[in-house]
Design a protein around this ligand. Structure first.
Ligand code: NDP
Ligand code: 8X3
Length: 251
């Protein structure tokens, strides 16, 4: 199938950016989303010779802005076939008793409510067409709770629950829903979690081969290119050196 339209949130970095690059090379037209306009423009310029690209810059925490920007898509971009709900991050890694309220708000507002706001804005056209595919990026942190992961884990457990709930509610409309739950992927994720501390962020991936954004992009591509009668419901993917959220073999 060619020339389907995919909207990717969090396309300015990591998994989202790698997915944009892979989908551009496999005949998808792309709506790239993120807050950092300079990065969106740079990626759009890179991919423009390969496919049609449209960019939207909004903060997924802002429901009004999210709804307005998606509703205002030009006609040629309105019929979104694939939504990749990828935008999100961890903010902090603290015990519950000393956790920051601002960090908690950020994780719940972005990872959970933001995903809902984008989905709410994209769904009407999918429901009207009785077709579409939503891919939610969860995490191993949405399958297992680990020390100091508390609110981030809760946000990703919520993504898992929403993925299952969406699959049930959208079943009548033939809309596919996939959950992809990665372990440790080397992106800007840890830089954000540790508030710009590059040494601390780098140490997370020391001594083993972490997943790369491109590994997750390949799974997304696999899921969205199955035949019409097949839905990949739930995928957990880890680096080979990782056996659970907390067991990692390092050299
Ligand atoms: P990155 O930090 O590299 O990318 C995060 C992306 O999310 C950026 O493009 C950022 O864009 C976007 N984003 C963050 N906050 C907002 C916001 N408020 N509004 C709009 N966009 C936002 O991390 P990853 O690529 O690793 O993370 C992508 C997803 O994968 C997340 O949901 C994360 O939880 C999940 N994940 C990551 C794992 C890992 O180990 N890296 C493992 C399992 C899951 P911008 O700042 O420009 O808005
Ligand atoms: C990101 C993976 O293990 O840091 O979701 O929570 S982890």
């Amino acid at each position: 199938m060619t020339n389907r339209i995919a909207l990717i949130t969090g396309a300015t970095s990591g998994i989202g950016k790698a997915t944009a690059r892979l989908l551009a090379n496999t005949n998808f037209k792309l709506i790239l989303c993120g807050r950092r306009k300079d990065r969106l423009q740079k990626l759009a310029a890179e991919l423009a010779p390969i496919t049609s690209v449209h960019t939207l810059s909004f903060d997924v925490r802002n429901q009004q802005e999210t709804a307005t920007q998606i509703a205002a898509l030009p006609d040629a971009w309105k019929e979104i076939d694939v939504l990749v709900n990828n935008a999100g991050n961890a903010h902090g890694l603290d015990p519950i008793q000393t956790g920051s309220i601002d960090d908690w708000d950020a994780m719940l507002d972005i990872n959970v409510k933001g995903l809902l706001y984008v989905t709410k804005a994209v769904l009407p056209v999918m429901v009207q067409r009785n077709r579409g595919h939503i891919v939610n990026i969860g995490s191993i942190a949405g399958k297992e709770v680990y020390a100091n992961g508390n609110v981030y884990c809760a946000s990703k457990f919520a993504v898992d629950a929403l993925t299952r709930g969406m699959r049930i509610d959208l079943n009548a409309h033939g809309i596919k829903v996939t959950g992809i739950h990665p372990g440790m992927v080397e992106t800007e994720f840890s830089l954000v979690r540790f508030k710009g501390n590059a040494d601390k962020a780098k140490s997370v991936y020391n001594g083993f081969d972490a997943l790369q954004g491109s590994d997750i992009a390949e799974l997304i591509l696999f899921a969205i290119t199955r035949p019409a009668h097949v839905v990949v419901a739930d995928l957990v993917v880890l680096p080979t050196a990782q056996a659970s959220a907390t067991v990692v073999r390092r050299t």
